[in-house]
Design a binder for this molecule. Structure first.
Ligand SMILES: [Zn+2]
Length: 253
């Protein structure tokens, strides 16, 4: 048993008893953790609003070995989600980020850069001067990059050769990347993507660069990008993410 401190984002809260909750956090130093928050459901509980969904907080928890739940001992609010003030699509996009973190990260498997990107995208969604659709794509692609599930966009996912940048390029949804002419035969679930779309996906998925913010061609290709990314995530997850039903641009597939 050890006492651990870290920054955290609340990605799920489930009632545990009349007074307690089990809270799942995505933390900077430990990745995903689930901890019992005793008294969290009391009106004047020890954690106040630090455990609201997608709140950012500084937490202290007791890490238990084996199957026992970690125990939350402190949670100090740093930032409360404000996306709801700027429209439901922004709020639901934030919930979608939480859904992706719950599904694609593992307990005690830290990804500090993904933590920073998560905070940055949550703040962007709160900012009504910025369009939310590019932020959603940025988040989806950099998350995949950080957890090692990014689609192969330059090299054929089957043979490793560079794929010629023709007008349209074959992408295997099951294979997880572009396919050269020789390898596409016999593959199932192939979509054909414009080379411009492949370039946009590469730029948005580069966690070390902020060039995506100045990308002016995203809007022109959104109609092709969204159904593709939606299908790709449904394929990776084995089902359509739940929040797809709530966000107009994610409803298309
Ligand atoms: Zn090939």
């Amino acid at each position: 048993m050890s006492d651990e401190k870290t920054d955290a984002i609340v990605i799920r809260t489930v009632d545990f008893s009349e007074t307690s909750s089990i809270v799942t956090f995505f933390t900077k130093d430990f990745g995903k953790i689930s901890a019992l928050a005793k008294g969290a459901r009391r009106k004047k509980g020890p954690f106040e609003s630090a455990l609201d969904l997608l709140a950012t907080c500084r937490i202290v928890f007791l890490h238990k070995t084996g199957d026992s739940l970690d125990l939350l001992t402190e949670a100090k609010l740093q930032h409360r989600l404000r996306a709801s003030e700027n429209g439901l699509s922004r709020l639901y996009s934030s919930y979608y980020m939480a859904e992706l973190l719950r599904n694609f990260t593992d307990e005690m498997d830290p990804h500090p850069r993904l933590f920073d990107i998560s905070l940055e995208c949550l703040r962007d969604l709160e900012n009504s001067d910025l369009e939310y659709e590019p932020t959603v794509l940025r988040y989806e692609l950099s998350l995949l990059q950080e957890i090692g599930q990014a689609p192969s966009l330059r090299r054929c996912v089957a043979c490793g050769r560079d794929v010629a940048a023709l007008h349209r390029i074959a992408f295997g949804l099951l294979a997880g990347g572009v396919l050269c002419d020789g390898c596409r035969r016999g593959q199932r679930r192939i979509v054909s993507l414009r080379v411009e779309v492949i370039e946009i996906l590469s730029e948005f998925g580069d966690p070390s660069s902020s060039n995506w913010r100045n990308n002016s061609s995203y809007k022109n290709h959104e109609k092709e990008i969204r159904p593709f990314v939606n299908n790709y995530f449904a394929e990776l997850l084995g089902k359509r993410p739940r929040m797809f039903g709530y966000i107009p641009i994610l409803g298309r597939s």
